[in-house]
Design a protein around this ligand. Structure first.
Ligand code: SF4
Ligand code: SF4
Length: 371
């Protein structure tokens, strides 16, 4: 492992080196008052001085112009998911001419992508999504190509949001598996960044930068950042017992209670980095052309559970139950792990502030009252 210390200029040097290596660098930036993923070309594109406040159903960004901090915010609504699995994607187009059909399959991107500044929970989300998109029986060509040509530069969390609960699943605030380069922003003493390699590819990149070697005091300052973040996280889900808890409570009255508040808008599924449902539209044009388009879909859409003759899940209660029990229970049966990484997005972006951690706790509480 290579570990160095950089200042803000050193972060710019890293971005420039990645660009020189032919990477399209997708990093955090501010757009429409939220932290978004966008193409960046210099350290000046990063959200310097921004902090966020996230509570159930609420997100606010603020900026302190005098702050040098680049990564003092938690995840925004967009994850890496749109790069691997675009929200809307034409799969193929075709034409019928003189009775003959010609089909053009859409090319998948082949350029190199660097996911820069993504959080440990997002790296964990990539691994969860990989079981469906790249490592399963039917690998998706776009996801395989993007992942094969990507480099992950993660930033450990120094300021988790109120809705984060990554500590429940060991998916943050520290970064580890799945990262090529790991950055920790240190504000104690001199403002600086501890930058270390997590893979051979990351080592090769970092060995070309003239960073000062990290000293033991830098490593202990990084450990303090992580310890402070862990102690700031108050929400949790019991990873061990929740899958069985939900399986036992399919008939709970909690689902009707949630349905009284849930708008069935699907926001929670759209922002979730691990939701992978899609629908397919096939269209025929006037000129005898045709196409197939894939779009993100949601368990909250009645059409999504339409089988022959009608939808399997028509009530809001059954839709929410499907979403939550899949994430936290049946995902384990299907993929051998929980489908949630504790990023908290579904809590922040739910317009009525439904909190998956609170609802889980209420189910456990209801069960213990009836014992
Ligand atoms: S279920 Fe919610 S907290 Fe879990 S990964 Fe999805 S958006 Fe994040
Ligand atoms: S739980 Fe919230 S975000 Fe999800 S569908 Fe219901 S109202 Fe929308």
């Amino acid at each position: 492992m290579l570990a160095g210390i950089a200042d803000t200029q050193g972060i710019d040097d890293l971005i420039k080196l990645l660009l020189g290596e032919g990477y399209v660098v997708m990093g955090p930036g501010v757009e429409r008052n939220v932290i978004q993923k966008k193409e960046i070309t210099s350290v000046g594109d990063l959200p310097k001085g921004y902090t966020d406040t996230q509570t159930p159903g609420s997100y606010r960004l603020e900026r302190d112009l005098s702050s040098p901090e680049l990564f003092s915010w938690a995840v925004g609504p967009a994850s890496f998911k749109n790069s691997l699995f675009p929200a809307k994607q034409t799969l193929f187009e075709g034409k019928i001419s003189k009775g003959k059909a010609s089909i053009t399959q859409k090319e998948v991107p082949s350029h190199k992508t660097c996911f820069f500044g993504i959080r440990p929970c997002e790296v964990a989300g990539m691994a969860v999504l990989a079981k469906v998109m790249t490592d399963g029986a039917y690998p998706d060509p776009q996801a395989v190509s993007v992942r094969k040509n990507s480099l992950v530069v993660a930033v450990e969390c120094g300021r988790p949001a109120e809705n984060c609960f990554c500590t429940s699943f060991n998916t943050g605030p520290m970064a580890d598996d799945g990262c090529d380069i790991i950055i920790t922003e240190i504000t104690e003493g001199n403002h600086r960044f501890l930058i270390r390699s997590g893979s051979d590819a990351g080592y090769a990149i970092l060995s070309r930068l003239a960073y000062k070697p990290a000293l033991p005091e830098d490593v202990s300052a990084r450990d303090k950042v992580i310890a402070k973040s862990i102690s700031a996280i108050s929400k949790s889900i019991d990873q061990e017992n929740t899958p069985a808890l939900l399986a036992r409570n399919i008939g709970s009255t909690i689902w009707a209670n949630i349905a009284n508040r849930c708008l069935s808008c699907g926001n929670c599924t759209m922002v979730c980095p691990t939701c992978f449902c899609a629908s397919f539209e096939h269209s025929n044009g006037l000129e005898e052309d045709f196409s197939a388009v894939r779009r993100w879909d949601s368990c909250f859409d009645s059409a999504h559970s339409y089988i022959h003759g009608g939808s399997v899940r028509t009530s809001v209660a059954s839709k929410y139950r499907q979403w939550m029990t899949h994430k936290l229970s049946t995902w384990v049966d299907q993929f051998g792990e929980i489908g949630c990484v504790g990023c908290g997005r579904c809590i922040t972006w739910c317009p009525v502030g439904i909190d998956i951690t609170e609802e889980t706790a209420k189910i456990a509480e209801g069960e213990s009252l009836h014992k």
